[in-house]
Design a protein around this ligand. Structure first.
Ligand code: SAJ
Length: 435
């Protein structure tokens, strides 16, 4: 961050004549983007529909894990101001849209936040502006949805203003790769649009990769995450098959992982959570189904396999208790790690929810522990959180490790637990059951 000591603009201070970039959507994607742009001296405005977010940011407080309060204060000193009013868009050279695209009932992306943001931009659009969509969506969205809405302003893409798509590659909790050193893919509606977008991101990102067009940039993001989703489903199904064939899948993964080329190790688990991997592939299968009239079979199959993992875990838990002479019904089961992946607090799409739901359905008594979660409810009913973890593993009939947070002393837990079912393949001690 530059050492500029600009005075902090009052939040209600008259808008500056011009800001280099306005970021719409100040969440885990938009706020790091605003921070990076401000860090190189660009004048940044933020727009969010949540007044609490806007108020907190203007008071120097962050609501995003990977952006600290000090980061926000630095941004404010560099001139960043957050608004709920979209008037700020009229004075921005570049507008970047970073709003969520959750799945809708029909399995496709809910683009309501995108269209709402685009309409706000259209209402303030001026000649010479660059508009970039970063929200993850199906190929064709920028051309078929965003462009027509913007051109309702009578301004023309490529002639009066520039329009591009650039997929977000923010990886919450990743301390190795950040926005600046992660190559940024950019696709423009026209060559001049692409040039504008490349020049914009090149101001604060080390490597900018120009795609052939917006569809290729949209598809690149879905390819990245569908690749993960399908390969996780492959190893999940292989884990199930390996057990039936009396093969230690974890050792097979270890051995295969020694191949220095042509192989990337994925690991089985209780299911696939998070804000990207279980969601993004659905945009592809939605587009194929809605536009081409047939199924994207790889994605549909992978979704089916990954969604069945919680049920498989509970069936294995039941077998384990039965082998110890106990029914699952009435047994006390402790879940370790209820977030969607290790060492994050994020619980979006966590497989712990379906696991807990299935255990309750079989009338087990479910408790949990997670160093990052204090309160956890499933279907509106609070799940008791144990305090003394070592006492709890001794006291519960079965402990299931769902996320191997680095805070856990797994060998010690294994020594103390009555029964331990490790779904992450981290504990290879006698008496420990692994997935
Ligand atoms: N998972 C497995 N087995 C694996 C890997 C993951 O079961 O071998 C599960 C995790 O437990 C989790 C889910 O899949 O529940 C997703 O895990 P993830 O490691 O893919 O983490 P995410 O969801 O945070 O994915 C993000 C993505 N980043 C962006 O979309 C910008 C993804 O592209 C990254 O590759 C990933 O982070 C990463 O590598 O950290």
């Amino acid at each position: 961050m530059s050492g500029s000591t600009l005075s902090i603009p009052a939040a209600d201070e008259e808008l500056p004549d011009c800001v280099e970039v306005a970021v719409i959507g100040l969440g885990y994607v938009g706020l790091p983007l605003a921070r990076e742009a401000a860090s190189v001296g660009l004048r940044v405005a933020g727009l969010d529909r949540d007044p609490r977010v806007v108020e907190g940011l203007n008071a120097g407080r962050s609501h995003v894990d990977d952006v600290s309060d000090d980061d926000v204060r630095q941004m404010r000193m560099a001139g960043f101001t957050a608004y709920t009013d979209d008037a700020c868009l009229a004075r921005a050279q570049t507008v970047v849209i970073c709003v969520p695209t959750p799945l809708s009932e029909d399995g496709g992306p809910d683009l309501s936040a995108v269209t709402s943001a685009v309409r706000a931009v259209a209402g303030r659009l001026r000649p010479g502006q660059l508009v970039v969509l970063e929200s993850t969506t199906y190929p064709g969205t920028t051309e078929e949805v965003v462009r027509p809405l913007l051109e309702e302003s009578r301004l023309r893409v490529g002639e009066d203003f520039a329009l591009a798509f650039s997929p977000e590659r923010i990886d919450p909790g990743n301390t190795t790769h950040g926005l600046r050193d992660t190559p940024k893919v950019v696709g423009g509606c026209t060559p001049s649009c692409a040039a504008h977008a490349v020049a914009f991101y090149g101001k604060f990102i080390d490597t900018v990769v120009q795609a052939k067009g917006t569809r290729e940039a949209e598809m690149a993001k879905l390819l990245e995450n569908t690749y993960r989703h399908v390969n996780i489903a492959l190893i999940n199904e292989l884990a199930i098959i390996s057990r039936e064939l009396h093969v230690d899948v974890w050792d097979a993964i270890r051995c295969a992982g020694t191949k220095p080329f042509g192989f990337q190790a994925f690991r089985p688990g209780a299911g696939v959570g998070g804000h990207c991997i279980p969601i993004d592939p659905s945009y592809l299968s939605y587009k194929v189904r809605s536009s081409l009239g047939y199924e994207f079979r790889f994605v549909e199959l992978a979704q089916d396999i990954n969604r069945r993992m919680p049920e498989y875990v509970v069936r294995r838990a039941q077998d384990l208790l039965n082998t110890a002479g106990r029914p699952l019904r009435g047994s006390r089961v402790l879940l370790l790690g209820v977030t969607y992946k290790p060492d994050v607090a994020d619980q979006r799409e966590t497989p712990a929810v379906p696991v807990s739901r299935l255990l309750r359905k079989r009338e087990a008594e479910v408790s949990f522990h997670d160093p990052h979660v204090q309160l956890w409810t499933v279907d509106g009913v609070a799940v008791p959180r144990v305090g003394d973890l070592m006492a709890a593993v001794r006291d519960h009939d079965l402990t299931i490790l769902l996320q191997d947070h680095s805070a856990y002393d797994l060998p010690a837990l294994a020594d103390e637990a009555r029964l331990l079912f490790d779904t992450r393949g981290r504990i290879f001690q006698p008496g420990v059951e692994v997935l």
